[in-house]
Each structure stands twice: as structure tokens, then as C-alpha cells.
Design a binder for this molecule. Structure first.
Ligand code: HEC
Length: 121
């Protein structure tokens, strides 16, 4: 065992990937976090216009809102902590201020794809 592990230099990385995947699984999340975005930003924007614009700035280049106020989607895109995984974790649980907001997984993927499409704007 020890001999084999010594011969595989990328073992550490593999273990990390397995661990990260396991954690994502534990949280009940499809382990898509590290992969390419599964969502489509076009329906994501349409959904945001319907379901999020009431409280959030959703257009590119608009920066407004700080917690506990609704952050602008641009602020979310600018924030390196707002990874796909972090957004997904947030969006599968209801908002503190709006318990009624429940999205399907496909909707969550799309809206995350839209938010991430605002990066670097
Ligand atoms: C009724 C108002 C309202 C609507 C509608 C709304 N939000 Fe929010 N959102 C908030 C508020 C208030 C906060 C900050 C406090 C909190 O985290 O609940 C927030 C925070 C967030 C955050 C940041 C969480 C963090 O940890 O910084 C994300 C991401 C988010 N909303 C996404 C969305 C998306 C996507 C939609 C549409 C599908 C949406 N919100 C619709 C009020 C709203």
C-alpha cells in the first residue's frame, strides 16, 4: 500500500477531490460544483427578472446592497467566495427573508450560470 502511494505523486490531489466530492454529497448537493457550469445564463436571467429582481439588482455593472440587504448580482459575481457550490448551498435552502422562494435544481443551475456570467464586468 505505502509503496504504491509513493509511486503516485498526484495521490494527494485525488484524495482531496474524493474528499470534496464526499462533502458535497453529504450536503445533499449534486457534485457538479467543480465541473463546468451545467446551467444556461439566458433562462437564468429570465428567471432572475421574474423571481429575484424585486429585491436584487440583477443587471451587469450594478453594484448595490450589502448584507443584510439583498446584494446586487454583480456583487455576488465579484465575490470570490460566491462559488457555484456556495451559491447552490444558499439557493437550495430558503432565503431568511423569503421562505417561499424554492427553486428547482435546473432553475438554480441557470440562475447561477447567469450570476457567474456577470464576472469581470
Ligand atoms: C423578497 C426579496 C428577495 C427576493 C425575491 C430574492 N432575494 Fe436573494 N436575498 C434577499 C435578502 C434580503 C438577502 C440578504 C439576506 C439573506 O441572506 O437572506 C438576499 C441574499 C441573497 C444571496 C446572498 C447570500 C449570501 O450569503 O450572501 C443570494 C445568492 C441571493 N439572495 C440570490 C437570490 C436569487 C437567485 C433570487 C431569485 C431566484 C433571489 N435571491 C430573490 C432578498 C431577496
Amino acid at each position: 500500500m505505502g509503496v504504491q502511494a509513493g509511486r503516485i505523486p498526484s495521490m494527494g490531489k485525488c484524495l482531496f477531490a474524493i474528499l470534496a466530492g464526499g462533502l458535497a454529497g453529504l450536503a445533499g448537493i449534486a457534485a457538479a460544483g467543480a465541473r463546468e457550469l451545467p446551467g444556461d445564463p439566458v433562462p437564468g436571467r429570465a428567471l432572475a427578472l421574474e423571481a429575484c429582481v424585486e429585491c436584487h439588482e440583477i443587471e451587469p455593472g450594478e453594484r448595490e446592497g450589502k448584507l443584510p440587504d439583498p446584494p446586487a448580482f454583480q456583487n455576488l459575481a465579484d465575490d470570490p467566495a460566491m462559488t457555484v457550490l456556495a451559491l447552490r448551498v444558499f439557493l437550495v435552502t430558503p432565503h431568511t427573508n423569503m421562505p417561499g422562494l424554492i427553486l428547482t435544481h435546473a432553475e438554480i443551475d441557470d440562475v447561477i450560470a447567469y450570476i457567474h456570467s456577470l464576472k469581470d464586468q
